[in-house]
Design a protein around this ligand. Structure first.
Ligand code: PLP
Length: 371
């Protein structure tokens, strides 16, 4: 399998897989139990909390384990419902785990405004500033987009938010291991992560909360995660995520270099045989190794099926659950017409990809694309 869809999900690092298996086999004590097997589980969880906190320059008490990016995003928006100020600003190319939740929460009284992006896929800070109302309590702006990889000016938004006493959440699910994710530098109040995007297991994620007093619980029950997220912890998944986070930060420079090298190889290869290729979104302010390209005379559904026959896993961007290929709202938002939109592919490289694999990909693209 030639896997070029790391923005959808990543394979487990072998050491992470081994750790998870060992823990599942041996460490089954409930972390809330007082006897030694329980205490062993607790210490594994707290070690992972430390690893995750270090990976984003946070303190351990600011890390809440959740079931993934979707839950972390839901948690923040539901939490804001309880605020007196009931207005949220977000942007039109957020993940559905923000957009659909905002839409849903309308009926409970949470109002929102969505700011558009410019044609390069980046929001204008001035537009966000203009959208701030006296009742705005939160701005939720993703750190990087999952379809085109564009980086949003979160740090600048935090500056204007602070002047207006508005909190800032960022969905950084696509970012750990590809760019530096530093909560102190960003200055955000809340940040979401998901382990399966950084070579950890699925079904586990993180919500960073600068001041845990500002958060109320979403999942209610036992007192886990200091009462902020109930439910018996998945020890192995948490431990796997901790190790994966540590690995990502250690290997960041090496990986960033590799991703950029593969990206340049792909682009220069494509430019040789498909001059009409359109590179979607700002190509310098984006995640390394995530490239969204339109091939105007083609259809993504057909391209994906043909490449799949050659053992190549690639996506058209939105992994929408239903398997249908629909125009991407993100690509529409940056101005692509439906035909160009439906002629787009997202390539997302990862740490195990090689130049040889990209050569193979280029060869198959050249053979399969209609020119
Ligand atoms: N946010 C972004 C930007 C994503 O790319 C994804 C997953 O694709 C999510 C949130 C949802 O994360 P999870 O799959 O952990 O629920």
């Amino acid at each position: 399998m030639y896997y070029f869809d790391h923005s959808a999900t990543t394979p487990l690092i072998p050491e992470v897989s081994e750790l998870i298996n060992n823990i599942n086999r041996e460490i089954y004590g409930n972390p809330s139990s007082v006897y030694s097997l329980g205490r062993k589980s607790r210490s594994i969880i707290e070690n992972a909390r430390n690893q995750v906190a270090n990976s984003i320059s946070a303190n351990t008490e600011q890390i809440i384990f959740t079931s993934g990016g979707t839950e972390s995003n839901n948690h923040i928006l539901w939490s804001i419902l309880k605020n007196n100020r009931n207005h949220v600003i977000s942007n039109k190319i957020e993940h559905p785990a923000i957009l659909k939740v905002l839409h849903f929460l309308n009926k409970y009284g949470l109002k929102h405004d969505l700011v558009g992006v410019l044609s390069d896929g980046i929001v204008s800070v001035e537009e966000i500033e203009k959208a701030i109302l006296p009742e705005t309590s939160l701005i939720s702006l993703m750190l990087a987009n999952n379809e085109i990889g564009t980086l949003q000016p979160v740090k600048e938004v935090v500056e204007i938010a602070k002047k207006n006493s508005v909190l800032v959440h960022t969905d950084a699910v696509q970012c750990l291991g590809k760019i530096d994710v530093n909560v102190l530098d960003l200055g955000v109040d809340f940040l979401s992560l998901s382990a399966h995007k950084f070579y950890g297991p699925k079904g586990i994620g993180v919500l960073y909360v600068k001041d845990p007093k500002q958060l109320s619980s979403l999942i209610i029950g036992g007192g886990q995660e200091r009462g902020l997220r109930a439910g018996t912890e998945s020890i192995s998944a948490i431990a796997g995520m901790g190790l994966a986070a540590e690995y990502c930060v250690k290997s960041l420079n090496r990986k960033r270099e590799l991703l950029l090298k593969l990206e340049n190889q792909l682009k220069s290869g494509i430019n040789k045989f498909y001059k009409e290729a359109i590179y979607n979104g700002n190509q310098s302010k984006k995640l390394p190794g995530l490239i969204n390209i339109s091939f105007p005379k083609n259809q993504s559904a057909i391209m994906m099926a043909k490449l799949d026959r050659d053992g190549i896993a690639i996506s058209n961007g939105p992994a929408c659950g239903s398997g249908d290929v629909k125009p991407s709202p993100v690509l529409s938002e940056i101005g692509l017409d439906n035909q160009t939109n439906l002629a787009s592919l997202r390539f997302s490289f990862g740490s195990t990809n090689t130049e040889k694999e990209v050569d193979y990909l280029l060869n198959k693209l050249e053979l399969n694309l209609v020119k």
